[in-house]
Write a protein that binds this ligand. Sequence first.
Ligand SMILES: *Cc1c(COP(=O)(O)O)cnc(C)c1O
Length: 221
Amino acid sequence: MSIAERLAAVRARIDAAAARAGRDPSTITLVAVSKTKPASDVAEAFAAGQRIFGENYAQELVNKSAALGHLGIEWHFIGRLQTNKARAVAPIATMVHAVDSERLARELGKRVPEGRVLDVLIEVNVGGEESKGGVSPATLPSLIATIMTIPSLRLRGLMSIPPPSDDPRRFHRALRELRDAHGGAVALPVLSMGMTDDLEVAVEEGATMVRVGTAIFGARA
Ligand SMILES: *Cc1c(COP(=O)(O)O)cnc(C)c1O
């Protein structure tokens, strides 16, 4: 299957899940996760109509956005971001998905080019896994409050990467419930959750952004 055909298949999966959940499919944004894949794959997906791409590594984002700068791609940084890479990422990304500390938020805020505002999501560690990024539900309110004080950042919502599980639904539901408990869809309209294997469940539970790599670009090395 070509990248265009795979993209269409993913979009069809999203639309079908939205229909089952009684949701408008146009309210669900597909982020095509292109990490480790060549710029030529991104260009192919772009030619097929995809506009938003997600990258996990700062240097890869820098390289690909330079190679494809003429296209007008919207880049989302979805990986764990080290504070010292904020300087490289903030001028390129239109959204950073995994902000999980005040330090990172402040550093990003400092690195946003003059006159621009960077959209950010807070990553929540819904699985309570020690080794993973994301804030605990208990520390979420203070990070929300901090980000609201940084004028160059615009808090848009929450993001999660649940642990591998036979039951991803409870993690997606937990993220939505946290969002509902902290201002709801008006304050935090974006719920970035769901990947290749669990995007349907995520959409059924309220995802407004799904991050899909493998189903579009094939398995990663
Ligand atoms: C790699 C990655 C994805 C995409 O995962 P697939 O299973 O390939 O769809 C989504 N989100 C994040 C944060 C990732 O690192």
